[in-house]
Write a protein that binds this ligand. Structure first.
Ligand SMILES: Nc1ncnc2c1ncn2[C@@H]1O[C@H](COP(=O)(O)OP(=O)(O)OP(=O)(O)O)[C@@H](O)[C@H]1O
Ligand SMILES: [Mg+2]
Length: 275
């Protein structure tokens, strides 16, 4: 496949983000990011604390716009200055905390209904009502957690893992162009984390989702996805495609970091974390 000619699904051009400008806390969280993500790419993103990973996803999700001159294009549409609400038509997201992105007091069905309507024009809403129950059941059943029989249960009573699995279904049910996962397994115990990760991989493959997944775990970053990006101080310093990624080891990643960043990776660096 000649990826050079393929139309990219996400284009970031000259994206910069500065927080607390003009104060002593000023920080350039993103420093001239240029990135193309292609249809069905599954990009894993690693980098130490404060590297700009979440800020990058926030820009793509429209939480805030980039600095003047930056551009965000999804599916050919310039979404740079669209609201977060409008971005929701393009982007599904799962956060680190299971409580973010799902409403604990609402039932599974209510949460899924909200997710389904996210970013949709009003006219479409009532027509969606009828087939909803069936759609929700068929979206939950493949998780193998029995959630399809608990549509009326308040989401707050689910375990962290069940809630993240639901969040995944919610993020993908309206078939957004892009799925963003920001350390979405980091707060789960290792076994549950593996289950949710497998579910993520299953949904990504089945729905052929274009995905960006932030993780602190280099092993997972190598095992999942077809492309690996490493960030450091607001820049993308390593971008490795499928061919090279297959043969890559954690030691290679550490050397790639040290070479690109021009500094040694210390033992305490979170980049080496296994969670
Ligand atoms: N809303 C904000 N206000 C001020 N500074 C922010 C804000 N969000 C992020 N920053 C700063 O921007 C930089 C990048 O933060 P970001 O959250 O993107 O890093 P990260 O790579 O996701 O780190 P982590 O691995 O710890 O999640 C950090 O220095 C952070 O303190
Ligand atoms: Mg982060």
């Amino acid at each position: 496949m000649d990826t050079g000619k393929e139309q990219s699904l996400l284009q970031l051009r000259n994206v910069r983000k500065v927080f607390a400008r003009g104060t002593i806390d000023e920080v350039t969280a993103l420093n001239d990011i240029n990135l193309d993500v292609y249809p069905e790419d599954f990009v894993t993103i690693i980098g130490s604390n404060g590297a700009g990973k979440s800020t990058l996803l926030n820009i793509v999700a429209g939480v805030f716009p980039p600095e003047m001159g930056g551009k965000v294009i999804i599916n050919g549409d310039d979404v740079t200055s669209l609201s977060e609400y409008k971005h929701a038509a393009y982007v599904g997201r799962v956060w680190q905390e299971p409580t973010v992105g799902t409403a604990g007091k609402l039932s599974l069905e209510e949460n899924l209904s909200l997710a389904l309507l996210r970013g949709k024009p009003r006219g479409l809403r009532s027509s969606l009502n009828k087939q909803r129950g069936e759609l929700f059941r068929s979206a939950l059943a493949p998780l193998g957690l029995g959630l399809e029989d608990r549509l009326n249960t308040p989401v707050g009573t689910l375990s962290g893992g069940q809630r993240q699995a639901l969040a995944l279904v919610m993020a993908t049910i309206s078939k957004p162009a892009l799925l963003l996962l920001d350390e979405h397994i980091a707060t789960l115990d290792p076994r549950t984390a593996q289950v949710v990760l497998n579910l993520s991989d299953m949904i990504v493959r089945r729905e052929r989702m274009t995905t960006m997944m932030v993780t602190h775990n280099m092993e997972l970053a190598l095992r999942y996805g077809n492309r690996l990006i490493m960030m450091h101080q607001g820049r993308i310093i390593v971008d490795i495609g499928q061919q090279d990624k297959q043969a890559l080891t954690i030691d290679d990643l550490v050397s790639a970091f040290e070479q690109a960043a021009g500094e040694r990776l210390t033992d305490e660096s979170i980049l080496l974390s296994h969670r």
